[in-house]
Design a protein around this ligand. Structure first.
Ligand code: AMP
Length: 355
């Protein structure tokens, strides 16, 4: 089914991902209606309509769905049940099944194993005794991660030695968790994939990503030749998973390059921070191709437009240096229009196109 330009796209979630989706949609002649609990996340300011509502307000979400032609989401921690209910009434992409899997680190890793992927060794932790058992199995160093609601390094605690278990358990507040072996990786990269309703699939050059304190700091593309085998392995897995899910829209998978291969870290059934560079750096951005996919349009070419592209996030007060960034002719500045620059909050990003 084609949802033609002029139609209204509903976006659940009101942050910068929704903002950039709405801007790409506007370029193609669509209107966007954003549904989110807060108005100043960045998306509402550039959308034709905004509805303020809680993510678990099934009735409000159903009303919203009744006013749009297709629904997508830009935020992972949206309860699946109300989305599944609206998916019965209006097209909703990516499929809620993908969202349900990605919301729980345990189900995600089991799913990935089933499709031939390789996560770092992990063990399920349901209580304090379970953490000691998991540590005995996995060893230290390791990372304790809550199964649900983690993002940007939140809900994670590093365990350098077994006597740090108690502090880690307190840090995750006793939530159902996973213990993951600490990976000594050569690099981190992500696979950015977009699948159309007809099964056509495109990928971009895989960006190499650097995180600090769990938050993405930089992405650059293309990756060096040394990462090619790991990237090929990651891309093959992403394609298998997208096909198995009947995925429509963006699917992002993050990997560690280690021991010559790709260790799966996590997946997100949505546009992703590590793909922001595609706005200026690729022939078609992740945002535009996501819009094209969910509306049943043909996907656009994804090649690089320059030899190298580098993206840096502007976190907290870093966005205050906008004047200096604007003075750099290679720089493309994006500010998300958020009013309050809290520490760790993503306020914008800058993409540099390089020779
Ligand atoms: P996550 O939220 O799981 O993507 O973790 C955020 C970041 O923390 C990752 O991108 C890595 O830089 C780091 N990290 C997470 N898990 C591990 C691990 N098992 N071994 C080493 N570093 C990790």
């Amino acid at each position: 089914m084609t949802i033609p330009p002029g139609a209204t796209i509903g976006i659940v979630g009101g942050g910068q991902l929704g903002r950039m989706l709405a801007m790409a949609a506007a370029q193609l002649g669509y209107r966007c209606h954003v549904y989110a609990p807060e108005e100043d996340g960045g998306a509402a300011a550039v959308a034709a309509r905004f509805t303020k509502g809680a993510f678990d307000d099934a009735a409000a979400l159903a009303r919203f769905a009744g006013e749009v032609d297709v629904v997508t989401y830009e935020f992972e921690n949206v309860p699946v049940a109300p989305l599944a209910a609206i998916a019965a009434r209006v097209p909703l992409y990516p499929p809620v099944e993908a969202l349900g899997i990605a919301q729980d680190r345990l189900s995600e890793k089991i799913f990935i194993l089933r499709h031939g992927g390789r996560p770092a060794p992990f063990a399920r932790v349901d209580d304090r005794g379970g953490l000691d058992a998991a540590l005995a199995q996995i060893g230290a160093p390791a990372i304790l991660k809550t199964r649900r609601f983690g993002y940007d390094g939140k809900g994670q605690a590093r365990i350098g030695a077994p006597d740090e278990a108690e502090a880690a358990w307190e840090a995750v507040q006793g939530a159902p968790s996973l213990l993951e072996a600490f990976v000594r990786f050569d690099a981190e990269f992500s696979i950015l994939l977009c699948r159309g309703a007809d099964g056509e699939t495109v990928t971009w050059d895989a960006p190499v990503n650097r995180h600090e304190g769990g938050i993405l700091v930089t992405s650059h593309a293309p990756a060096g030749a040394a990462l090619a085998p790991a990237i090929a392995e990651g891309e093959a897995l992403a394609r298998r998973v997208a096909d198995a899910l009947g995925h429509v829209g963006m699917l992002t998978m993050e990997f560690f390059a280690a021991d010559g291969g790709a260790l799966f870290n996590e997946m997100a059934p949505r546009v992703h921070n590590s793909g922001h560079w595609t706005i200026e750096g690729a022939l078609t951005s992740q945002f535009e191709n996501h819009v094209r996919a969910i509306c049943g349009l043909p996907l656009g070419a994804t090649g690089l437009v320059v030899p190298r592209v580098a993206m840096r996030n502007l976190v907290g007060g870093e966005a205050d240096s906008w004047r200096d960034i604007l003075a750099d002719p290679a720089a493309h500045l994006h500010l998300y229009g958020k009013s309050e620059a809290r520490p760790g909050r993503k306020m914008g990003h800058v993409t540099r196109l390089l020779d």
